[in-house]
Design a protein around this ligand. Structure first.
Ligand SMILES: [Mn+2]
Length: 327
């Protein structure tokens, strides 16, 4: 989709001070888009600050070595965030994803701009540039930088490459297009190093995490003639392996690598007598409806819920619901 950038270019040319924000728990597309856009604007002589509702996870610290992305209420006050000409929100259109930054957006006198690729959207006010065919907001930022005639420097190229590579599951999701690859190629020409970035993003786990993975996968249960596969993680597993709950991230996706599975879930015992369950489905299985039965929610193919009680109690409720979902 060819985007008409002319209104935004006019806003950028006629203003000097910019604040950039993105969503809660900013991922690499959120943070990379902010950093890439900041660099492009600065190359045009603009002043740019970045503030988010929460900090990015430590595994993305390499993208932002100078700590440019601030946290609202902690390293930047709401008043400081409002003190700008233009406030640009990237990679989200949802008030629920903005929290305290949303309060700034509601009350700021600055011009507001939204650059996003998500289907769902609230009206945040201001100029909305949305392209749901873009695989990542990073693609849109690259195209904006080009439309602005801004130079893409190595740091921006790195940030935008990570944005696009992670949102496309390293260029394998259906959202990946020739446009995605074309942009990625230009980012490599501008200095992004795929092998280095892959390693920084995906090959920094602890040995404890690997031991937890082995232990949990060793107990894999396959049900419903192979259509359903699931995992359980007890507090004992964390203790025995020296791992932490964040080490279960992505484990459920590994289970969907089994041929013939339609859905998968992982039930993780939490310290506070609850069980967190993550559901995954292939295209023809809707797991959001299962998560909703237990007070959770999410997307059709990826959803979650937290249940009270023990692991056994949670399993007794969740398993029949998932058996039903793949039947
Ligand atoms: Mn995104």
């Amino acid at each position: 989709m060819a985007i008409d950038w002319s209104l935004l270019i006019e806003i950028i040319r006629s203003n000097d001070r910019f604040v950039l924000s993105s969503h809660l728990r900013p991922d690499a597309d959120a943070l990379g888009s902010e950093l890439g856009l900041a660099d492009a604007l600065e190359s045009l002589g603009k002043s740019v600050r970045i503030v988010n509702p929460s900090a990015a996870s430590p595994n993305l610290a390499f993208l932002d070595p100078n700590g440019r992305a601030k946290k609202i209420g902690e390293t930047m006050t709401a008043d400081e965030a409002r003190d700008t000409d233009v406030h640009i929100v990237v990679d989200t259109c949802a008030w629920s994803q903005l929290q305290e930054v949303g309060e700034v957006i509601r009350t700021t006198a600055a011009q507001k701009v939204i650059i996003d690729h998500h289907v769902s959207s609230d009206d945040l006010g201001g100029l909305v540039i949305k392209d749901t065919t873009a695989a990542a907001t990073g693609e849109l930022i690259f195209e904006l930088a080009q439309a602005l005639g801004a130079e893409i420097r190595e740091e921006a190229a790195t940030a935008l490459y990570c944005a696009i590579a992670t949102d496309t599951g390293w260029f394998r999701f259906p959202s990946t297009t020739s446009r995605t690859m074309h942009i990625a190629g230009q980012l490599i020409d501008a200095g992004a190093k795929p092998h280095v970035l892959y390693s920084l993003l995906y090959e920094q786990h602890s040995a404890a995490r690997m031991r937890l993975t082995g232990r949990v996968l060793g107990r894999l249960t396959v049900d419903c003639d192979g259509r359903l596969a699931y995992l359980t993680v007890s507090r004992e597993d964390f203790k025995e392996t020296g791992s932490v709950p964040a080490d279960t991230e992505d484990l459920v996706n590994a289970v969907l690598q089994i041929g013939g599975t339609k859905a998968a879930f992982i039930a993780i015992e939490q310290p506070n007598q609850t069980v967190k369950v993550s559901f995954r489905g292939r295209v023809d299985t809707n797991v959001a409806v299962v998560a909703e039965q237990f007070g959770g929610g999410g997307h059709k193919q990826a959803a979650g819920a937290t249940l009270p009680g023990s692991l056994a109690e949670a399993l007794a409720k969740v398993l029949p619901a998932m058996q039903q979902a793949v039947s």
